[in-house]
Design a protein around this ligand. Sequence first.
Ligand code: AHM
Length: 426
Amino acid sequence: EIPRVTGVQTCALPICPCHRVFGLTVVASAMSLATATAPVALGGARATLRGRRLAHTGGSDKVIQKAPAVKPRRRGTVTTASAVGTNLTTWLLRQEMEHKIDGELAVVLSSVSIACKRISSLVQKAGISGMTGLAGGAGNASGEDQKKLDVVSNEIFCEVLRISGRTGVIASAEEEDVPVAVEETYNGNYVVVFDPLDGSSNIDAAVSTGSIFGIYQSDQSCVPDWGADDEGVVQEKCITNVCQPGDNLLAAGYCMYSSSTILTLTVGHGVYSFTLDPSIGEFVMSHEDVKIPATGKIYSFNEGNFVNWEPGLKEYMDAIKKGGKANDGKPYSARYIGSLVGDFHRTMLYGGIYGYPGDDVNKNGKLRLLYECAPMSFIAEQAGGMGSTGRGRVLDIQPDEVHQRVPFYTGSREEVQYLESFLREN
Ligand code: AHM
């Protein structure tokens, strides 16, 4: 059998040493012994040696005849080199050069990455800088207690986006009922929705947390006219701008603050992860064109709510404990951090399903459509997975309100479809 090399592609420059050696290795392995005398490179040299050895041990005349020199063939399958190791700034510029984003969006994404670096630094020091615990006050827009770091992270996001000068409206999980219109001087074309510190109930125990964001184009009919509009009109236009279906997202991402700080994002052309290298303060690509496995045997639900779940979901839970879709009669494994970003990131890499269902107490579950479910669904779909309410595609939902919640299931395509089959039947 002749080994075929397809996956490992090296730099296309003819002078690149790795290309020469690698290219010739491939050529040599594809040659017959009789013609294997190609000089210089590793593969040719090996093949020549093998030919000589055969000759000394009684190989045929054909083998010892000097074969004509063979020029290494250029393989037609050589594609572009891997981008792993590229820093985020360079990658963003490349996306712009390839017309996948414009310069303005690159600035917004770069600003988000700065916010993430600052929050990462604060999260790491939280235990020794007095940043654990509750902030006090009335809580966030959903009436939940706010941690000190929730508040500070929100300020960081708002500040970097305002200064970017490319954002017209920002809406945060931590803000009051209405999104914020950025004042005219700093105004731009993009609408950014974000949860600055998701899973913040984990902070005091130094468990994973994350930021989640989504970026939309401004709906021009809803851009506030600062000279003419009164406050009420500005607010109304902001809300209309923010309440777009996830299908309109131009970019989405999350940053996970864990043993590593990892920024994962999509601009609608696949999913890429960048790990923060603390020694240089740069996000460096660590996962290229991530794809969620089609199946996976890990489920990630808060099963403490089981008694309040609908019958179909309970049946599904029973089924996956008996092998479900992927596990050949063996129970699935449970993994639940209680931090969407961490649970999603693991699900994306290992496969499986994450779910936060609606139940008898909270009909639409806990997670917010705009800041959590829509951006994560965009990422999941770009990675070949799914984002579902159990009865429909999350990205199709036209939001009615800014802080709307929806039941949410995401992860491996076949696992989410399997769950949907139980909910549909009930
Ligand atoms: P939080 O930011 O107040 O912690 O709430 C959001 C988090 C999600 O990250 C996570 O998936 C979910 O809440 C966990 O909720 P629960 O503790 O009910 O399982």
